[in-house]
Design a protein around this ligand. Structure first.
Ligand code: DAH
Length: 340
């Protein structure tokens, strides 16, 4: 009787295993037949009703049944796992021939391009890059640069003041002083950065703009070195055909001082709308560092001389790309920026 029950159970269990489609179904079969409250256990509990000489052989047979069901379960679980893997491989394949998602790379802002080019040109001439603070004292921005106490540049109408002695720098020239205080000649630096003035914003003005300062201090530096350096910068930026004009000017911290104009590309100096009929376009201020400035920084003017210049990055950029309104540089309109 029990042997027959066991045989039926084996048949039923093996069929169920063959029919199982997933791991959960196998687990249900295992629990249902082999678990503590399973059918095999129920049959074994009835072993007590057998005669002692029947018991060993039925017991052995019960073990065979258990082993058969267990091994069927095991190989079925391997088969199901393999099927599952095949299904996922088929379903989850990546079609590498599909077009990718378009990736729009950014690019350098035209002012950054100009700054990078100027930096490269000056690094090539042995200059290095110095930095100075945008929040500056009136000492570094004005006093040390020889501005008289009543110099108009100090006017709170033109300069942003935090307090009597703290301002947003109006020019990068303040970095000249900071560098000369720290370093002994020979000095060759450029210093790019932001500058601030209380200007109404229009096509050629902004309350926030950018300059590159240049300073070279060494024995025997002359105006010829200044001209050579600026000529190298301008030909590097605008091509070998550029013409520079040095015009006498006044800055408190240079003597002599010069403003430097570039001959108008548009009309070759004949005069047109771009240069307002001048034939020349004003680009920057420069000169030979004033002996009093050197002295204040502990540099002996009888031994050393230097040249300095300051140029607006906006101006350089507008000229380079023939842009007629400075505001375009600040608006970050990608339709505009994408052109460069
Ligand atoms: N700081 C001047 C300006 O903002 C530019 C300038 C002129 C810088 C002469 C210099 C210089 O270093 O020597 O307009």
């Amino acid at each position: 009787m029990l042997r027959q029950n066991l045989e039926e159970l084996r048949g039923k269990a093996l069929q169920a295993v063959r029919d199982a489609r997933d791991a959960a179904a196998l687990e249900t079969i295992r629990v249902g037949f082999l678990g503590k409250k399973g059918e095999l256990t129920a049959i074994l509990k009835r072993m007590g009703s057998l005669s002692p000489d029947e018991r060993p052989s039925v017991g052995a047979f019960a073990n065979d049944v258990r082993a058969a069901v267990e091994s069927a379960l095991e190989s079925a679980s391997g088969r199901i796992a393999e099927k599952e893997l095949e299904r996922r491989l088929a379903e989850e394949t990546v079609d590498v021939t599909l077009p990718g998602n378009p990736f729009r790379a950014g690019r350098r802002h035209p002012m950054q391009t100009v700054l990078d080019d100027v930096t490269k040109i000056f690094l090539g001439m042995g200059f290095s890059v110095a930095e100075g603070p945008e929040v500056e004292t009136t000492y570094y921005c004005f006093d040390a640069l020889n501005h008289s106490p009543d110099h108009p540049a100090r006017d709170p109408q033109d300069t942003f003041y935090f307090d009597d002695e703290t301002i947003l720098r109006t020019q990068t020239s303040s970095v000249q002083i900071r560098v000369m205080e720290k370093e002994k000649p020979p000095i060759r630096i450029i210093s790019p950065g932001r500058t601030y003035r209380k200007d109404e914003i229009d096509a050629t003005h902004s309350a926030h703009f950018h300059q590159i300062e240049g300073l070279a201090v060494d024995k025997g530096i002359t105006m010829a070195d200044l001209k050579g350096a600026l000529h190298t910068m301008m030909t590097g930026l605008y091509g070998s055909g550029v013409k520079l004009r040095f015009r006498p000017h006044h800055f408190p911290y240079t003597e002599p001082s010069a403003e430097v104009d570039l001959q108008c590309f548009a009309c070759q100096g004949k005069g047109c709308r771009m240069c307002k009929d001048e034939g020349w376009i004003e680009m920057l201020g420069s000169g030979m560092v004033h002996p009093a400035v050197l002295e204040r920084c502990g540099v002996d003017p009888d031994v050393y001389s230097g040249f300095a210049f300051g140029v607006g990055i906006e101006r350089l950029t507008l000229m380079r790309y023939k842009i007629n309104d400075m505001r375009l540089l600040y608006e970050n309109d990608v339709r505009f920026l994408r052109q460069f």
